[in-house]
Write a protein that binds this ligand. Sequence first.
Ligand code: SF4
Ligand code: SF4
Length: 105
Amino acid sequence: MDSLKIVMEYFDKMSELENKLYTVKCNPDSESHLLPVQECCRVCNSKICTIICPAGVYEWDEDAQKLVVNFENCLECGACRIACESCSLGWEYPKGTKGVTFKQG
Ligand code: SF4
Ligand code: SF4
């Protein structure tokens, strides 16, 4: 398969995913359930959480040298917890009735 075809398939899949994200309901908590250790993030080479998260929860702020966490958008898939380069990311489910509700489950 040539590289253009792979890229086009990737963008098709991302577009499907973005459409599906509109079907997810969320009742965000007032406090973050995702707690990165900022000292680890500052020296993290990959910042893989900013790439792997399907909901774009993490953003690296170069000026502030800080990982910004838009926890309200979290889909609770757990990928960032597994992928975290230093295994330092604090991760819990949101409390009680807070967090995400999927239409079919
Ligand atoms: S992968 Fe882990 S250590 Fe690296 S920026 Fe993300 S949360 Fe921080
Ligand atoms: S659990 Fe999934 S959706 Fe939530 S921040 Fe981590 S990668 Fe993103």
